[in-house]
Design a protein around this ligand. Structure first.
Ligand SMILES: *[C@@H]1O[C@H](CO)[C@@H](O)[C@H](O)[C@H]1NC(C)=O
Ligand SMILES: *[C@@H]1O[C@H](CO)[C@@H](O)[C@H](O)[C@H]1NC(C)=O
Ligand SMILES: *[C@@H]1O[C@H](CO)[C@@H](O)[C@H](O)[C@H]1NC(C)=O
Length: 291
């Protein structure tokens, strides 16, 4: 019986040491409270930690100074479900970085230094449910197709950014959207804003603090007005004034009509001329045969 116990004992020791070395996979200075969580928040990191276990599912990196993530990051950590990069120094997301993150459910990029969200940034992030992009003070451009492909996204945070305008297509192409935060942006209530205003009016239940918390500034004098003081009528002028494209169409169709008229009159004139010559010639022929 003793040899058996001894054998069990050494097996246990082997298992223990395997677990211990596996546990040592935790990046230096970080915490790994469970086998799939790595917590490196608030460690004054200026780059991503080395040796993050490849099977990590929850990666907490908030409150550091990380300036960029390599574009193959989510190819490497393809099990990631929860990624917190809040309060770092990210100034851009390289194209393609998030396009392979098919398991990612939660992504926090708030309180960074992002300036632009380009088209197709989140292509194939089909599982993403919550996306936080708030408090990126210089974030002033969100491309029309920036969130294309986020078919599961329920919560989108874009509050306290530098947005003066947002194409309404950015929001209307999110089929699962339930909550959107847009307050604290320097919106300008011009004609480009009119469509967003209409969308907000029709979807005010999706704004957590309603339309009350939102303001925009008048294009004429910069005076700030609360959105709940505006109505569709405030933007009535926008339907009357022509856009640049309208002008181009008007000018172009004018030119086209003139060209058509010139061609037609030229054709008509030549026909008439021909006909006259032909009738003169036939008259002369007649006279000749008569005489
Ligand atoms: C952001 O992170 C820095 C450390 O990089 C920390 O000192 C600061 O308190 C954090 N800010 C917030 C709002 O948590
Ligand atoms: C954030 O970006 C702005 C302009 O893009 C720059 O002036 C500023 O220094 C950046 N701040 C940090 C902390 O990187
Ligand atoms: C975002 O910025 C606003 C205004 O500067 C501030 O009131 C708010 O606390 C910030 N939120 C976070 C989470 O840092």
């Amino acid at each position: 019986m003793w040899p058996c116990v001894r054998w069990l004992h050494s097996l246990l020791a082997l298992l223990c040491s395997a677990v211990l070395t596996w546990g040592q996979n935790c990046p230096a200075g970080c915490l790994c409270p469970d086998p799939h969580t790595v917590d490196c928040s608030g460690r004054e990191l200026t780059r991503l930690p080395d040796s993050i276990p490849l099977d990590v599912r929850r990666l907490l990196l908030s409150d550091n100074g990380i300036p960029w993530i390599p574009s193959d990051f989510l190819v490497l950590y393809s099990d990631l479900v929860y990624l917190d990069l809040r309060n770092n120094s990210l100034s851009q997301i390289e194209p393609g970085t998030l396009s392979t993150s098919s398991r990612l459910v939660f992504l926090d990029l708030s309180c960074n230094n992002l300036t632009e969200i380009r088209s197709g940034t989140f292509r194939d992030s089909r599982s993403l449910i919550k996306l936080r992009l708030g408090n990126n003070t210089f974030l002033s451009v969100v491309s029309k197709d920036a969130f294309l492909g986020l078919t599961s996204l329920r919560e989108l945070e874009l509050e306290w950014n530098g947005l003066s305008c947002l194409d309404v297509g950015v929001l209307s192409q999110l089929p699962s959207l339930r909550v959107v935060r847009l307050e604290g942006n320097p919106w300008v209530c011009n004609c480009r804003f009119a469509k967003l205003f209409t969308w907000l009016m029709e979807n005010r239940q999706k704004l957590p603090s309603g339309i009350e918390g939102m303001e925009c500034s008048l294009p004429t004098n910069g005076r700030r007005v609360a959105l709940n003081q505006l109505s569709k009528d405030s933007f009535r002028k926008c339907q009357e004034t022509l856009t640049l494209t309208d002008y181009l169409i008007v000018i172009f169709s004018g030119v086209a009509v003139s060209v058509a008229a010139i061609v037609a009159s030229f054709f008509l004139a030549s026909t008439v001329h021909c006909f006259q010559r032909w009738s003169k010639a036939s008259k002369a022929d007649d006279e000749e045969s008569d005489g």
